[in-house]
Design a protein around this ligand. Sequence first.
Ligand SMILES: CCCCC/C=C/C(=O)SCCNC(=O)CCNC(=O)[C@H](O)C(C)(C)COP(=O)(O)OP(=O)(O)OC[C@H]1O[C@@H](n2cnc3c(N)ncnc32)[C@H](O)[C@@H]1OP(=O)(O)O
Length: 394
Amino acid sequence: VAMAHLVAGLARCWCPSPLQVINFPVVQLHMSLMAMRASQKDFENAMNQVKLLKKDPGNEVKLKLYALYKQATEGPCNTPKPGVFDLISKAKWDTWSALGSLPKETARQNYVDLVSSLSSSSKSSGQVEPGADRKPPGYETLVVTSEDGITKIMLNRPTKKNAMNRQMYHEIMLALEAASKDDSRITVITGNGDYYSSGNDLTNFTDMASGKVEELAKNSAILLRNFVGCFIDFPKPLVAVVNGPAVGISVTTLGLFDAVYSTDRATFHTPFSHLGQSPEGCSSYTFPRIMSPSKATEMLIFGKKLTAREACAQGLVTEVFPDSTFQKEVWTRLKAYAKLPPNAMRISKEVIRNKEKEKLHAINAEECSVLQERWLSDECMNAVMNFLSRKAKL
Ligand SMILES: CCCCC/C=C/C(=O)SCCNC(=O)CCNC(=O)[C@H](O)C(C)(C)COP(=O)(O)OP(=O)(O)OC[C@H]1O[C@@H](n2cnc3c(N)ncnc32)[C@H](O)[C@@H]1OP(=O)(O)O
């Protein structure tokens, strides 16, 4: 009943004309503040783009836009929580508040990214840029689908072994955020092609070689911290369907999933020392707890690559399937799990995970700050340059 009131209330408040959200007084106030700063030009353009959207993006997205707006302009939510019966204000407060301590610049970037993904899926009114390349609708680095109670987030850069570039980090965060609010019961991350993911796209570091390295390292640490934070806070059962080899951050974050199903063709590899780097994804904490401390050390310090069966024996992988029947078996199982009562699953996850959340956020912050220094080291720069000049592969 409360949800019905909320939906009706949001519809009354925001839906009559396309994106009435932009008329929100607080947003208008911020528009004039934005216009004063040239460095926020993209943000301002995004606000204008929102006005041109023909298709109403729905209440969830409008709430998200509102929250990112507030975060980008005012910072973390510190206003008193509205009463339970003030459903609309409470929904807005909850969405803003859920952004936690997300930095203003990241919120601004996420706002711009979100508007850009909306613009490409909803043709803007009459403004056709002559000769402009049309972006494919929706995400650029992911394919996100939702059916049978399962939202599937598929990493989609198969020709790059699903290496995670900055765009992919942002899109995964957006997709997780959307999945946490949609009506699916289980969320799955998987890869397209023969790899699950080859980890961080090493070209993310090419800018490091060209000035302002400290600033780039700092921004990368913020990006990584927010990215991993989304996994720590994800409220629904999160399942990895590991369709092939996994490297680096795509392995370390597995410790934050609720189940990991793997093809027997997959391998699990965290070559941080080879790359002059150090563990992330909370693996410095989760891995010694999931497997024995010395096995974790062998992976995280010495870069030992595990087969799927070894990873399963160590507890990192829930179950391994023959590659020939992997997809069929895993999806049949997941569809059955998705029929379980959603609130029970969500609450069970809360009971299992909540005790650790604060700790995990602290570990995440620490790992990112250590990495920020590592990225500036000769060891790291040389390893990245070696890969990019094809002198080194894992
Ligand atoms: C900002 C947040 C930072 C978060 C910190 C995260 C850390 C990590 O994730 S550390 C792990 C980083 N990953 C790697 O070091 C893997 C590097 N890649 C490889 O060693 C190999 O590519 C391979 C073993 C994954 C696959 O080898 P192979 O089967 O021989 O395929 P290719 O090398 O020919 O790859 C095809 C194509 O894809 C590009 N590519 C693959 N992985 C990456 C990558 N991680 N970063 C950038 N590019 C990657 C590769 O360069 C090829 O491209 P083209 O030459 O243009 O075809």
